[in-house]
Design a protein around this ligand. Structure first.
Ligand SMILES: Nc1ncnc2c1ncn2[C@@H]1O[C@H](COP(=O)(O)OP(=O)(O)OP(=O)(O)O)[C@@H](O)[C@H]1O
Ligand SMILES: [Mg+2]
Length: 279
């Protein structure tokens, strides 16, 4: 018997986000639609400038002028907040405040965007807990140390009092993941979470995200330009080119028989495929 599909979590419908510059209007995200069910992983792939990050920022309403969402819906079906159209929320609404870092968390493309250089690692994670949960400080500290251990930091107590620059790139990314998941979001958006890391650390960090996703039960929107990463972790893949989704489907189906020429170009760039072609 087939298992019932998990419930819907996010539906992006006909999203358009444009930048209004002196050179004209640039539709960075152009009529984009996709959906994500609870616990599932959707990979958003595409070359540089195709609109992946702007899609992520739109969902969290982080697009700054001269950019703005022009049209479309971003329907969130949240267990904690109920049904919300994120595209329509007021900038200062209490709901948006609860969404950011609470129901949906974002791992930025640049790890240092998430971390303040002048605060200790532990105080930043504890702050995230205190923002979203009504717990005493001592409990936030204990919870932070536990989370640091969970992301594989062995000297977690010592790490609590360190500054981001004192850590290696791989450790910093683990800290960012701890911060993103400490409030048990319903959705994690990870924007190129492994690009800045060397290959062996990349695999460890991806494995870690996968393990924690299963433990928390959150959905993941994973942004990458690397089809190798997609094959390793995603259920579905959406391929973006110049602001549009040009192909969308089950990962195995797309890998086996890509329909769009652009998807084939991206797949041909994979080292394993290149090697197969040469052989
Ligand atoms: N502040 C801005 N002002 C003007 N245009 C912008 C701005 N931010 C992004 N854009 C444009 O929006 C488009 C999409 O950018 P986006 O950052 O989403 O690309 P991306 O797919 O995430 O690329 P990358 O893989 O390099 O991170 C780009 O063409 C970019 O030039
Ligand atoms: Mg980007």
């Amino acid at each position: 018997m087939e298992r019932p599909e998990p419930r819907m979590l996010l539906e992006v419908q006909n999203l358009q986000t444009s930048f209004f510059t002196s050179d004209g209007v640039m539709p960075a995200v152009n009529d984009v639609s996709f959906s994500l069910r609870r616990g599932q992983t959707l990979a958003l792939v595409g070359e540089s400038g195709s609109g992946k990050s702007v899609t992520a920022y739109s969902i969290l309403r982080l697009v700054q002028p001269p950019g703005r969402i022009v049209s479309g819906k971003i329907k969130l079906h949240s267990e904690r907040l109920g049904e919300v159209d994120l595209a329509k929320l007021n900038e200062r609404s209490d709901t948006l405040y609860k969404v950011r870092g609470g129901v949906i968390s974002l791992i930025f493309q640049e790890p240092m965007t998430s971390l303040s250089p002048v605060h200790t690692v532990g105080s930043q994670i504890a702050e995230a807990i205190l923002l979203h949960q009504d717990v005493p400080k001592a409990q936030a500290r204990a919870h932070t140390v536990e989370m640091l251990k969970k992301v594989g930091i062995t000297r977690a107590e010592a790490c609590f009092d360190q500054y981001p620059h004192e850590l290696s790139g791989g450790m910093r990314q683990r800290v960012v993941i701890a911060m993103a998941l400490v409030c048990r979001p319903e959705l994690l958006i990870a924007d190129e979470p492994t690009t800045a890391l060397d290959v062996t650390v990349q695999a460890q960090v991806l494995g870690l995200i996968k393990t924690l996703q299963q433990e928390i039960g959150c959905a993941v929107l994973l942004i990458t330009h690397d089809f190798g990463v997609v094959a390793q972790v995603a259920d579905e893949v959406a391929v973006m080119q110049r602001g549009r989704i040009v192909e969308h489907g089950d990962v195995r189906a797309v890998l086996k028989a890509p329909q769009h020429p652009y998807t084939r170009t991206l797949l041909d760039a994979l080292p394993s495929r290149r090697a197969a072609k040469v052989a």
